[in-house]
Structure formats: C-alpha cells, structure tokens
Design a binder for this molecule. Sequence first.
Ligand code: ADP
Ligand code: MG
Length: 401
Amino acid sequence: MSLYDVWSRGSRIFLSESKLSIDYVPRRLPHREDHLLKLAAMFKPMIREPGAMSQKVILLGPVGTGKTVVAKFFGSHVEAYSRREGLGIRYVHVNCHKDRTLFLIMKRVSEQLKLRIPRRGFSSRELMNIVWSTLESRNEYLLLTIDEADYLMNTSGSDAVYDLTRMSDEYTSSELRFNFIFVLRDASRLALLEECVRSSLLHNIIRFNPYTSKEIYDILAARVYEEEAMNPEAVGDEVLTLIGDLVGFDRGGRGDARQALEILWRAGKYAEAEGAARVMPEHVRRAYSDIYPQFPKEALNNLKRHELLVLLAIVRTLRSTGAAEAGLGEVEREYRAVCDEFGERPRGHTKVWEYVQVLKSMGIITARISGPGRRGKTTLVSIPSVPLDALERELLTKIGS
Ligand code: ADP
Ligand code: MG
C-alpha cells in the first residue's frame, strides 16, 4: 500500500477523529446542563454589571467528570455574549499542571491578552499589576479559570490563591477587573486557604460527581451520533453500552468520561486496523485491557475445573455470536459441548448457575437478569474487560494440563 493510498482512503470507522480528543469542546454537554446553569447564575452579576464585584467559583470533583470542558464551554459562551453586548469580558483558561506558579500563570494570561511584557525580570505581583492596568486602559474584564489548581496549591501553598483573589482589594477606588473559576480535584485543599479567602469561596462550590454507566453512554452517543466523530453505521448501541458498563461509577468503574472516550477511540482504531466495517465488543475488550492491563491470570489459578469449563463456554459463546452478552441457556449448551471435548460429565443447571456466581464474584465476568425485550427472564453474562482470544488460550492451557 502506498502512502498516497493511506491518505486518500477515508476511514470506514472515523469521520472526524479529532472530536474524540481530550481538548475538543462539543456543542452539547449531556448531564452537565445544571452545572452550566449554576455557573450562569453565579456569574450573572459579572454579566449584568461588569466591575461591580469580583466573583469566585470552585468546580470540585474527581478526574474525568467534565470540570475542564464545562469551564471552557462556559468561557466561550461568556465571550460570545460579551462580544454581542459589547461588555469587554475576556476568558482565559490556565492549567496549573503546566504553569505551576503565580508568575507562570500571569505570564500565560499576558500572552493570551496579547500584552507586550518587557523582557526584564518581573515579579508575579508586577505582572498582575500590568495585567490589571491594561484591562483598565482597555476597559475590559477578565474571567480567569485556574484549572488543576491542586498543583498550584501544592507548589505555592495557599499564598498564590490569596494573592490572586485579594489583589482586587488593593484597587478599591476602581472597578473590579478579575473574576475566577478555580478547578479542584481534592476538597481537602480548601482547608489550607486563609479564612478570609475560604469564606468567600465556600458557598460558591459546584460539585461534579463521577458519571454513571447511563451518563457515559449518553456522552459517547452524543459524540458519535450528534457530533459525528464516528460513522454511526460503524458504532452500535451495544458497544457504547459496554463501555458505559466498564466505566460507569454505578458499575464499579471510575465514572471518568476521558477513559470512556479513550476506550472508544482505541476500539475504533483496532476495528480500522483490521479493516472491519464495525466496532465490535471484542475491540472494546482489547482496548480496555490495553489501557488497563488486568488479565486475571492469578484468578484463574483459583478456579475449579468446572468453573474453568463454564468460563470457556462463556468465552466461546461470546466469540461465536460476536455480541457483548450471552444468555445462560446458550452458555449451558456450549458448556455441554466443552465437557464432551474434555471428557467430563456436565453438571446440572443449578451447579452451572453457581459457577457463574463464583466467576461473577471474582470479577471475571458480569451477570445480570435480562430486562424486558427477551422472552422471559434470563441471566445474561458478559466478559467486558478481557480480550476473548487471550482468555481462551489461557483457559485451554489450564484445562488441558
Ligand atoms: P475533568 O476536567 O473533570 O478531569 P474533562 O472536562 O477533561 O474532565 O473531561 C474529560 C473528557 O470527557 C473530555 O474530553 C471532555 O470533553 C469529555 N466530557 C466530560 N464530560 C462531558 C460531558 N458531559 N459531555 C461531553 N463530553 C464530556
Ligand atoms: Mg480537567
């Protein structure tokens, strides 16, 4: 294949890969509408009467819960509204993972505002003064997001936050030009703040909870079907549900949307590399286990022979159907064939059901009772996190030996 072929041929799987990247800000943020409305309410004074007060808000929550994307989304809407109404509000987003000191933060702000900073050494204080007086001369206001503020507080203690938020007080004669959104992961950092800063921040906290499997599903579905990051024909509901189940907080996952997007992207890459027309559950399992290697080899050592045989039957049923889940009935049929193959007498239904519970309790498989849709109620089992190929090979060496 020539390089030209590689470039000229469109992907069957991806339509716009960059829309799955971490920095992309989508047009809609499912399950964060309330957070955005709260932000809008808290910053209403800044919009209605810029300069009358200096607002400070904290976005608090674990990684991957949408804090950064909510801040950026909000910032771009503030700027758009400000342009339309001629308010002169500028939004700047700084990440303390990169810029860990007050000085580096103010330098980044200056760059964003296109200030010309003379080269000679400045203190962070002086830089802040320059930014402030520039805003004053332009009659502009700043909404500054200090993202990953945990880092800033680690390196500079609470002084940096104090300096940032209290500086307005030194300009009592003039309008207040600075507004802040602090993004924090760890609530215990708040205790470090000086009392006067803390009290002005504490009632302006917006909390971000880990996403549930349903919420993860909705976020991925919006990215695929609304934003058209991927070919909708190539990504079925089943695949998105599977990722939701892997990542969802209610299913024991981290509830991290970044992780979910990464699994989806990687699964798409595997499908593409194979020349497959669709992303399949097996691509998702491989993607997940590549990112989070957790092949339960030790777990297999503790399984009894018939538990291994049932697990093998589940693997083979899932492989032959290519589906994310298998009904217990199908698994039992396969189990009898597997027993035949290894010269074992198959155990009855109740025993098989017990083996399934063991496998489930060890976290190797998931099992749930089917909802409406299938005939009657049946137990559906799934192996979300381990590639079936590798698992089958491992099982065969164990059972055969
Ligand atoms: P955090 O800053 O809390 O660690 P991010 O805002 O970086 O999380 O979100 C992680 C990834 O998931 C980003 O790519 C982001 O665009 C995406 N994301 C998070 N929440 C949502 C949501 N509600 N809707 C759409 N995409 C989201
Ligand atoms: Mg973030």
